[in-house]
Design a protein around this ligand. Structure first.
Ligand SMILES: Nc1nc2c(ncn2[C@@H]2O[C@H](COP(=O)(O)OP(=O)(O)OP(=O)(O)O)[C@@H](O)[C@H]2O)c(=O)[nH]1
Ligand SMILES: [Mg+2]
Ligand SMILES: [Zn+2]
Length: 356
């Protein structure tokens, strides 16, 4: 397998130049299962774990390899697993906040060029969910594209497309069907050979079915949605990177139950470009659009130019992002304090030894 067909770029070549040692090869993570990574390389595929040194210097979960990552690794032999020594710099990372626990993130997919946000038209269209996915997509560094799948099941798919366009200004929206194949080639044409896309969306929207339709066989397991509420059954349990016959690379992901934001305000401004544009006409430059005088956002609401639900969705995301930022600051301060305590302890011990 040639590296370029796996998505290799000249930036990666530069990054790896200083790290190359005999026995080490660049490889791309195609799957992860409890600390064992499936890697694709020029030499074929092999399995690997992170090295002890890697583990020792890495504490954040997001700094561990994720599907889509490029790593520098040492292939194993018939008797031993290979070893991952480093991750090469990511050009994008779709990271979501993990529910509960410390405010750590989980890398859903690394190095994607396009984030395909998939919704199913068999169910009620959820604009608020799309808005959340969009913020994370902008934050990831990949370009978002919206796929409205199961268009074959919708009486007025064009209407759904307009609804989606309204909540995602400037983002391309495609009506597709994994069942009939309609729209798939057009939307995936955005992904040339060696370019990577990631399919994101709730369980049951048809992410794995889309991959099967593009590959032309049942490469991924799919299952029918629950009859009672139309929800999916969380069929896909592992992220998986696949190479399509066209040479495009696509990552299938398990449906996310909830999408907690791990983003900053710039990404929010991009997913709510309409509100950001209005903000330029507010009297105060730091207007919070939540009661200040001469607020263009409030004016737009009053005139019916901005939907109340959309404004409330923006407000909720804004609060969530700020809350998380404060939480991060507190964590950083605690870490810094701990660091100083350790340094002081070491210094005291050194002096004690010297005094002896
Ligand atoms: N009619 C119709 N059914 C579809 C379409 N795409 C997917 N389905 C069906 O929807 C169900 C769920 O599809 P999956 O591909 O398993 O959904 P998923 O997004 O991968 O779900 P998870 O793996 O659970 O996250 C299956 O029964 C598919 O056959 C479509 O375009 N039209
Ligand atoms: Mg699936
Ligand atoms: Zn304002």
């Amino acid at each position: 397998m040639n590296l370029h067909s796996l998505g290799w770029t000249s930036n990666l070549a530069d990054a790896v130049a200083s790290k190359s040692r005999p026995g080490l090869v660049p490889a791309r993570v195609s799957r992860e299962d409890r600390g064992v990574y499936a890697l694709l390389s020029e030499q074929g595929h092999f399995q690997a774990e992170v090295s002890g040194k890697f583990r020792h210097r890495t504490s954040a979960r997001t700094d561990y390899p994720a599907v889509g990552d490029w790593v520098v690794a040492e292939p194993g032999d018939a008797f031993s697993c290979g070893m991952i020594h480093e991750i090469l710099p990511r050009r994008s990372a779709f990271i979501r906040r993990v529910a509960g626990g410390q405010s750590q993130g989980q890398v859903v997919a690394a190095n994607a060029d396009i984030a395909f946000l998939v919704s199913g038209l068999d169910r009620e269209f959820k604009p608020r969910r799309i808005e959340r996915y969009l913020t994370l997509a902008w934050e990831s560094g990949a370009d978002p594209v919206i796929l409205l799948n199961k268009a074959d099941l919708h009486a007025q798919p064009e209407k759904a497309r307009l609804q989606a366009e309204a909540v995602a200004p400037g983002v391309a929206v495609y009506l597709v069907s994994a069942a009939t194949g309609d729209g798939l080639r057009d939307s995936l044409a955005l992904l040339g050979p060696g370019r990577t896309g990631v399919l994101l969306g709730s369980s049951g929207v048809g992410k794995s079915s889309i991959i099967n339709a593009l590959i032309g066989r049942k490469a991924r397991t799919t299952s029918v949605v629950r009859e009672a509420d139309g929800r999916g059954r969380h069929t896909t349990t592992h992220r998986q990177l696949m190479i399509l016959p066209t040479g495009a690379i696509l990552i299938d992901t398990p449906g996310l139950r909830e999408i907690q934001l791990l983003a900053d305000e710039k990404s929010l401004d991009r997913s709510f470009g309409d509100i950001d544009e209005l903000a330029a006409s507010c009297r105060f430059r730091d207007c919070s659009h939540n009661g200040e005088p001469d607020c263009a956002v409030q004016d737009a609401l009053a005139e019916g130019l901005l939907e109340m639900e959309r404004y409330e969705s923006w407000l909720r995301q804004c609060k969530e992002i700020r809350f998380h930022q404060r939480e991060q600051d507190v964590l950083l301060r605690i870490q810094e304090k701990r660091r100083w305590k350790t340094i002081q302890k070491t210094v005291r011990e050194v002096y004690r030894c010297k005094g002896r």
